[in-house]
Design a protein. Structure first.
Length: 267
């Protein structure tokens, strides 16, 4: 009873209770999904992403989250492409699965493979793991990803910021996704998620229900581009994504004004 009372009265307690629940859901869902994947496909394959997606898209109902997606059909292409999106928090996995197209895998940091059932299900889903501490190894993995994309008709989802970012803007992009797209001569499709700050903020221990706006931008072609075009391509995508992020992150307030991604709701 004291624990329940604490959760009701303390904002920090509610925050950590929800984070604990989220982690518990990730572990339990990964465990069950791994069993289903092994029984269904007997090992590591991109086809397992359908099973993983089925489990993860249910999480939003537990936390009272809604996704409003615009332009989802732009991801429904039957050829390889590089999909890039902004990266804000551990909750991004829910947004990723809401928009995840067929035959799409992600590139993730190597450390995640050691997260027990979560690492196992990522491996079974065909996710590529990259060691960011060793650039030569990372380049080898990216070269392998490029070959697999073309050979197996895969879409690859990358967070070009390289790390989580909740500062209300986009960080500068790293070059890997753009080298990969030019290397394989496949288009880049940017996906933008609105700021989570109105309902999720670890600094202020805020975690309530909310709505995430998702917008899929037009594909950016890379046919005919070379490595020399990487800086310009990167800048074009960054500007388009940043403009969209700032626009979709504005939320109407009761007095008719708008609040940007850094604003906090009254409690």
């Amino acid at each position: 009873l004291l624990l329940l009372l604490l959760v009701q009265l303390s904002r920090s307690a509610r925050f950590y209770a929800k984070i604990t629940l989220y982690c518990a859901l990730c572990v339990s869902a990964s465990t069950v999904a791994a069993v289903v994947c092994l029984l269904r496909h007997h090992g590591r394959t991109v086809e397992n992403m359908r099973i993983i997606k089925w489990f993860v898209v249910k999480f939003k109902y537990v936390f009272g989250l809604r996704f409003e997606i615009k332009g989802l059909q732009k991801l429904e292409v039957d050829h390889p492409c590089v999909i890039i999106s902004n990266h804000q928090s551990i909750l991004d996995m829910m947004g990723l699965m809401e928009a995840l197209p067929e035959r799409c895998v992600q590139i993730a940091k190597r450390e995640l493979i050691f997260l027990g059932p979560v690492g196992l299900i990522m491996y079974l889903g065909g996710i590529f793991f990259i060691n960011r501490q060793h650039s030569r190894t990372a380049m080898t993995v990216m070269a392998d990803v490029g070959e697999r994309m073309v050979r197996d008709n895969l879409k690859v989802w990358i967070y070009p910021e390289g790390t989580r970012n909740d500062n209300g803007d986009l960080l500068p992009f790293k070059k890997g996704a753009f080298y990969l797209a030019i290397q394989t001569q496949v288009p880049i499709i940017p996906v933008i998620y609105s700021s989570f700050s109105s309902f999720y903020n670890p600094k202020t221990k805020l975690f309530t229900s909310g709505t995430i706006k998702v917008e899929v931008l037009d594909a950016v072609p890379t046919r005919g581009l070379t490595v020399a075009d990487v800086p310009k391509l990167m800048d074009t995508c960054h500007q388009a994504m940043r403009t969209t992020f700032l626009r979709v992150s504005k939320t109407p307030q009761e007095n008719g004004a708008t609040a940007g991604p850094g604003s906090q709701p009254a409690q």
